[in-house]
Design a protein around this ligand. Structure first.
Ligand SMILES: Nc1nc2c(c(=O)[nH]1)N=C([C@H](O)[C@H](O)COP(=O)(O)OP(=O)(O)OP(=O)(O)O)CN2
Ligand SMILES: [Zn+2]
Length: 123
């Protein structure tokens, strides 16, 4: 049986954005509270765990450090300071270490905006 094991963290960050709607306020530096959740897909091992959540938490800590209280426009490796860009950034950093990574979701609770990146299953 396949399970999805999830863990989440949040971070506060600022960014600017080039847009065709609400262009002026988006171009100014402004901030959001972001939430990020990741899922590992797999079968439990002999201990009954897809992965010990302690290991997953440790894998997420450097990501939070890299994003929390940052200007996202300046974060190395983050190509676009959008929800989509954040999903890609998190997935690119976690996938090499976590082959069971199934999806990454980033959202802003206050506005209801969110984005999910689903990874293709890897053998
Ligand atoms: N496809 C995407 N579209 C937009 C994204 C995104 O990440 N992906 N991000 C934004 C902005 O970050 C923007 O700041 C949100 O703008 P808006 O909806 O106008 O909301 P406010 O910033 O005014 O809302 P607050 O409640 O003040 O956070 C836009 N589009
Ligand atoms: Zn914004």
């Amino acid at each position: 049986m396949q399970y999805e094991l999830t863990q989440r963290f949040y971070f506060e960050a600022a960014h600017t954005l080039e847009r065709t709607v609400d262009a002026e306020p988006s171009r100014r530096i402004h901030g959001h509270t972001y939430h990020c959740e990741v899922a590992l897909r797999g079968a439990p091992d002999e201990r009954g765990m897809v992965m010990d959540l302690g290991h997953l938490r440790r894998a997420l800590e450097p990501l939070r450090d890299a994003l929390d209280h940052r200007l996202l426009d300046e974060v190395p490796g983050l190509e676009r300071p959008t929800l989509e860009g954040l999903c890609a950034y998190v997935a690119q950093r976690l996938a090499p270490r976590l082959p069971q990574l199934a999806w990454v979701r980033v959202w802003r609770e206050a506005s209801g905006d969110g984005c999910t990146l689903t990874l293709a299953p890897r053998g």
